[in-house]
Design a binder for this molecule. Sequence first.
Ligand code: NAD
Length: 298
Amino acid sequence: MTKIAFIGLGNMGLPMAANLVRAGHEVAGFDFAPAAMQRAAEAGVVGADSGASAAADADVVVTMLPMGKHLIDAYCGAGSLLAATKPKTLFIDCSTVDIASARIAHEAAAKAGMLSVDAPVSGGVGGAAAGTLTFMVGGSDEAAKAAEPILAAMGKKIVHCGAAGAGQAAKICNNMILGVSMIAVSEAFVLGEKLGLSHQALFDVASTSSGQCWSLTSYCPVPGPVPASPANNSYKPGFAAALMLKDLKLSQAAAEDVDAPTALGLHATRIFDDFVGAGGAETDFSGVINFIRTAHGA
Ligand code: NAD
């Protein structure tokens, strides 16, 4: 049993904290949103009146926050988590944030005498609830090893990707592939429609040919071929287009920082930006096919 503070009990954080409780850990939690605190209490998380008071007695502090500014504020701002905890506490940040913020958080943690990892996730709300997330870990060998048993209670795959920030780097590279490939698959279906191909015929060929990819075979953007995909559920997320846009923007900021050529990543960012601007923010990201079919005049 480990004493864990869990900060940020939103769509992802709450089911993750609940899995830590189920694994037998003592979890104290904090979120600004009273409704999140209420749901967390029902899941067995002990409510604290601030992040600092949740963290005061903890061996491990897990954060699951929206963006880099929230992470830095939680670590270093008023009511700092780093100032509230004892030396050598393990800090695990599971949020998806920009690499620069992740590194600032690591540096602040090291300065305060803490161990830290960035450990963003893949698998979405469903994976968080089922405890089947993939964690992409950045940080020292010592910190990554210490984080492993905690992460194992919330996920099924843990990859130590390298030094501080490497988890965030892996996450945004993966999601750039995903954003680009979903657009590619969507364009192919829209082209196939215009050429008189049925969705099923194109799926049967491409899913067993060189066009095969996750966006096609696990998350097909047209209803029918993959019954569990959001296309069969009115494009309810799943993974909302607004979150895809966030990750694509992070990929483009990182690409600019290191002068990496990501022409398709940039184009995908613009298409998702237009889709979100046209009201698609809360739609599953695979709904971009409908935007391509209409707004792009296909
Ligand atoms: P969310 O908005 O549902 O939850 C974030 C919570 O953090 C909110 O409840 C907010 O009140 C709380 N919060 C913000 N600052 C805080 C602070 N200082 N102290 C305490 N609570 C604070 O977001 P989410 O969907 O749970 O996503 C969290 C992170 O996970 C994001 O970085 C997101 O990009 C990433 N992510 C989300 C998904 C997904 O499918 N939702 C998938 C993979 C990764």
